[in-house]
Structures are given as C-alpha cells and as structure tokens.
Design a binder for this molecule. Sequence first.
Ligand code: FAD
Length: 458
Amino acid sequence: MVDEAAVEEFKASLRGELIQPSDESYDEARKVYNGMIDRRPRMIARCADVADVITAVNFGRENDLLIAIRGGGHNGGGLGICDDGLVIDLSLIKYTRVDPAARTVRVGAGCTWGDVDHATHALGLATPTGIISTTGVGGLTLGGGMGYLTRKCGLTIDNLLEADIVLADGRFVTASAEENEDLFWAIRGGGGNFGVVTSFLFKLHPIHMDYAGPMLWPLEQATEVMQWYREFITQAPDDIYGFFLFLVVPPGPPFPEHLHNKKMCGVVWCYTGPAEQAETTFKPIRSFGPPALDLVGPMPHPQLQSMFDELYPPGLQWYWRADFFNELSDEAIALHVKYGSEIPTMHSSMHLYPINGAAHRIGKTDTAWSYRDATWAQVIVGVDPDPTNNEQIIAWTKEYWDALHPHSAGGAYVNFMMDEGEERIKASYRDNYDRLVEIKKQFDPTNLFRVNQNIRPT
Ligand SMILES: Cc1cc2nc3c(=O)[nH]c(=O)nc-3n(C[C@H](O)[C@H](O)[C@H](O)COP(=O)(O)OP(=O)(O)OC[C@H]3O[C@@H](n4cnc5c(N)ncnc54)[C@H](O)[C@@H]3O)c2cc1C
C-alpha cells in the first residue's frame, strides 16, 4: 500500500500526468499494443521530461513499487506495463532534432519510429529501424533493432551514438563510447535492464528513396523459393535486403482480388543502392520463377517503413516465438513449408529476417547482442483480432516453433520473446551474459528494473 499523501505529493511534483484507476483515462492509458495483455497498474506516471522521470524512479524505489517502463508499448509479452506497480510512461517525451551536417538525430524516448522517419526523411537521411512505424524507439533500440537497413547499415544499436539514462538510484548519466562505456555496451542489446533512457542519439545515412516492396509466389513453389532465397541473400550485396515470409494475402488493395485470402510465400525487398542500377539488380530476382505478384518499385523510405501499419493496428491478439538461425537446411525448409501452409488466420505469419551484411561486421562481444554470426532472426507470429481464436493461434505458433527449434542457433532476439524463463534469456546473450550481470550489479543492484527480459544481478 502506498501512502495517499505521498501519492498526492508525487502527482503535484510532475509536469506530466499521474493516472490512477479512478481516472477516466485509466483504461485507455493501460492499453498496450498486444490486445492479449490486460494489466492493471496502481498508477501510470506519464512523464513530460527528464525531471519527471527522475522523480518517478525515486518514488517507485522509495515506495517499493514494481516499475514498468513504457516506450511505444509494442512489446509482445507486454513488458511496457505491469500489474499493481508504477508505469513510467515516456510517450510525452516526444521530440526529434536532426543535425544534417553531423548526420545525427537526437530522439526523445517517447517517439515511435514513424516520428523519426518523418524528421530525418525531410533531410534525405535515415537510420535503421523496424518494419512497422508505430513501434517505439525505446524498446526496439535497447533490444537490438532489425529492419530494412540491417544489411546495409547494421542493427539500430550499431547506429546508436549516445543515450541519456536515469539510473535506479535516480542519477542522470550519459552513456557513449567515451562515457560510461560499460553501460553503453550493456544497453546495446540488454534491453531496459539498466535504467530509463530518456533520449537517444543515432547516426544517419543518406537514404531517401528505396526500390522496394513485396513479391509473392504460390505456396506450391515455397520449397524452391526458400532454397533460392537462402543462396541469394547470403551472397547478395549489402544494398539489397529482403525478408522471407509466409502470409495470407490481405483482402484489399493493393493486392489483386484473385489473390485475396490465399496462402502464399514471399519476400519483402528493400534496395538502397544507386537508383539507376535498381532494375538490373532485380533482373536475376525476377527471372527466377517469375512472381505471381510483384509490387516492387521506387518509393520514399518512410512509405516502405509504414507499409504494413494499417494491417497491424493496435489491439490485435498477438502471440509469438522466435529463434536465431545460422543456416536454412533442406530439412528445415520442409518443416517451414508444412507449417507455413497451415497459417491459421489472415494476420498470422512467419518472417525470416536476414541479419548478415553490416550487422555481421560487428564483433560478438562488441555489444551485448551476441548473435553476430547468425544469418537470420526468425519470428512466428499468431495474430488475430478475435480473442476466441487465441487457442488456435497459440497452438500453431508453438507447434511451428517446436518443429524448427532443433535447427536453430539456440537463442532468440529478446524483442521477439514472450515470458520464456531465465534459460532462454541466457541462451540469447550466450557469452555476454556474465558481463551483463556484472553491469547490472553495478547500475541496478536491487533489480529495480525487472519488468523486461530480466538479467538478475546475482
Ligand atoms: C508489430 C510489431 C512489429 C515489430 N517489428 C520489429 C522489427 O521490425 N524489428 C525489431 O527489431 N523489432 C520489432 N518488433 C519488436 C519490438 O522491437 C519490441 O516489441 C519492442 O519491445 C518494442 O518497443 P516499445 O518501446 O514499443 O515497447 P514497450 O512495450 O514500451 O517496451 C518494451 C520493453 O522495452 C523497455 N523500454 C522501452 N523504452 C525504454 C526506455 N526508454 N528506457 C528503458 N527501457 C525501455 C520496457 O521496459 C520493456 O521492457 C516489432 C513489434 C511489433 C509489435
């Protein structure tokens, strides 16, 4: 129980809002992206600035409250919210400042990737992010960050230059290659374990127009397409990115009616090399078993970045399981084709994201993200608007994952994990785990920040 007078004092000291169960906005404020998550925090501190975050961290610690940190609220397992405790909601800390000369962008922790793309695109620049623009900058970055620019520019963390952080004891520090180096190492993959990041500084690249979009093939060709894709993407120049997927074609534009609701396989491409070489680069791709649908063409980078936003609005039911893969054997492909053919609902899918190219050129121990040698991050997602289908989407996701896991590299991308226990977390950090524990002991010895893929300070 928290003393009511202390709560009132806390509320009065914030520039932002303190939302409690009796407030009208409470139910809206506690919603996260995954509609399967239904948690009821004791209070939500919607912080307006760093000072509010410091006050909230101190209040949570002094009152022995469980603390959840909320960035964009997109975490599949609902790690941006908790039952009973205090949610430090960063959504009001929303600003960007692009420095075109230095090619950097400073980003407030409440931004989504759509906010960042909007700001940087105006200056002909971009940084690597994820494939849905409504995802939060905070969680995606701290877990690693994979997307269309991974092969060309590396993971999001490979482009992180600096972060401002409120620590568990309320101190405010900056972490970079020059300052608090251990902390900087840990936050590049170690998630929200080490403090509340209030702002990020990212490196930018001259990326403006892409030659991009999906290409789809009939399911009957899936084995052939996967085998071809396996060879192609492991040898392709860094300018080409393409993730493989199984999908049910959405029943609406831009998809032609004869393909609506059909199970298919495909690759979503993003080419960021010289525009005049785009058509030539795609010639061998198009000449391999011509696709049933080819929506690849020139488009502004933010258009690709938000292409699937409408298909995946907030509030759908989500269940996902993931793994890293070093290779894609014929045996694994046969299993993919079997389960890919059994996708249970229109929104459900399997994505194989390539994480080679530039992301491979960073050492395994250079950041907390350990799987620098893996070629793919796989995610199987059971998604549907209707909760009565939850059993079905969860069963398919688990069975698919169980079948493929023996072929995997062992661990998974932490941002695609549900609550899967300590062994899975250790498997995901491998040799970097012990160093993460040491840094956790130094910066959060009492494990104040534990609503995350938790690295225990013991
Ligand atoms: C539709 C969808 C598409 C996705 N696509 C991609 C993709 O293409 N690439 C990719 O890499 N990932 C992707 N993800 C996964 C995504 O990276 C994670 O879900 C991530 O946790 C989302 O971050 P968030 O800030 O929105 O989440 P939240 O739920 O707000 O937070 C997630 C975790 O991060 C911590 N956290 C968030 N912000 C901060 C902060 N400022 N300081 C400290 N801790 C913080 C939270 O405490 C929590 O543990 C996708 C997720 C969804 C739902």
